[in-house]
Design a protein around this ligand. Structure first.
Ligand code: MG
Length: 280
């Protein structure tokens, strides 16, 4: 017993020296009270604007623009030209959307508080245009055991109609990594696969930063994306190479500062609900 006591006392005596006591400068708090130098690094203005968070997790905060609350497609329509599979298509579509935008009513179905892709009816996009946004969106890839790869409950969310984060059943469904759920399509695979099984609701929470272009049309700053899938970080400030396309290598094409958000019709009855954005 005595031996243990001796050991304990020795430890207490030796420990302070072993972690470098005396090497950290002392602060004379009494002296500093006279000048209060900590105030030099305090910022008081501007006071951050108050935003009331939603009553429920994932709901729209007070300053959100609600794009779909489960009731109707009034915030959406069907663009004459959706998105491009190749850069030459992308360029032509941007030109059309800027010079001669045309659209008709969105044909997707609304049922049980969700909007459902109507296969073959085409992509839908928001009537409002956006640049930098925070987006919350929930989606469900229906169970369809006969399907696989890119054909298993595919859709997509295209920021500005150009930059796609993939929506797909990627729970147990092999496909190319930069084409699975949460991928910035054919550019960045998700950092991890946080997929829930098909038939279950999932969420994306995303910060999208729009690209900026100089007056001569050259790229100033690429688009960037940070995304959480079911609360798990899957894209961390990933800088895009240009629009997300199916064929070929992307490059930036100058476009307006704000453009509509687009949801893809890939032929599958994917559902979406609780969609809101905050402009940044
Ligand atoms: Mg897709």
């Amino acid at each position: 017993m005595l031996r243990y006591l001796f050991l304990l006392v020795s430890l207490c005596v030796c420990l302070p020296n072993s972690i470098g006591q005396g090497e950290v400068p002392e602060i004379d708090w009494a002296e500093l009270q006279k000048t209060e130098p900590w105030k030099e690094s305090e910022q008081w203005e501007p006071v951050p604007v108050k935003v009331a968070p939603a009553q429920w997790q994932g709901g729209p905060p007070s300053d959100a623009i609600v794009l779909f609350d489960g009731s109707d497609l009034s915030a959406w329509h069907k663009p004459k030209y959706g998105y491009g599979a190749r850069m030459d298509q992308v360029e032509a579509i941007i030109k059309q959307k800027v010079q001669n935008p045309e659209w008709s009513d969105a044909e997707w179905m609304v049922k049980d508080g969700a909007m459902i892709v109507k296969p073959g009816s085409g992509a839908i996009e928001t009537k409002q245009s956006f640049g930098d946004i925070q987006l919350h969106i929930e989606w469900l890839s229906p169970e369809d055991p006969g399907k696989k790869d890119q054909q298993y409950s595919n859709s997509g969310i295209f920021f500005m109609g150009l930059y796609e984060i993939q929506v797909l059943n990627s729970f147990e469904n092999a496909t190319y990594a930069n084409g699975q759920a949460g991928a910035m399509y054919k550019q960045y695979p998700p950092l991890v696969n946080a997929s829930r099984p098909p038939g279950e609701w999932q969420s994306y929470d995303i910060v999208f930063t729009a690209p900026t272009f100089a007056e001569d049309g050259s790229l100033e700053k690429p688009a960037a994306i940070t995304a959480f899938h079911n609360g798990v970080l899957i894209q961390n400030d990933a800088e895009l190479w240009g629009p997300c396309i199916f064929i070929g290598k992307p490059h930036y094409v100058p476009h307006p500062e704000k453009m509509p958000l687009l949801l893809q019709d890939h032929g599958d009855k994917v559902r979406f609900r609780n969609i809101w954005v905050r402009e940044l």
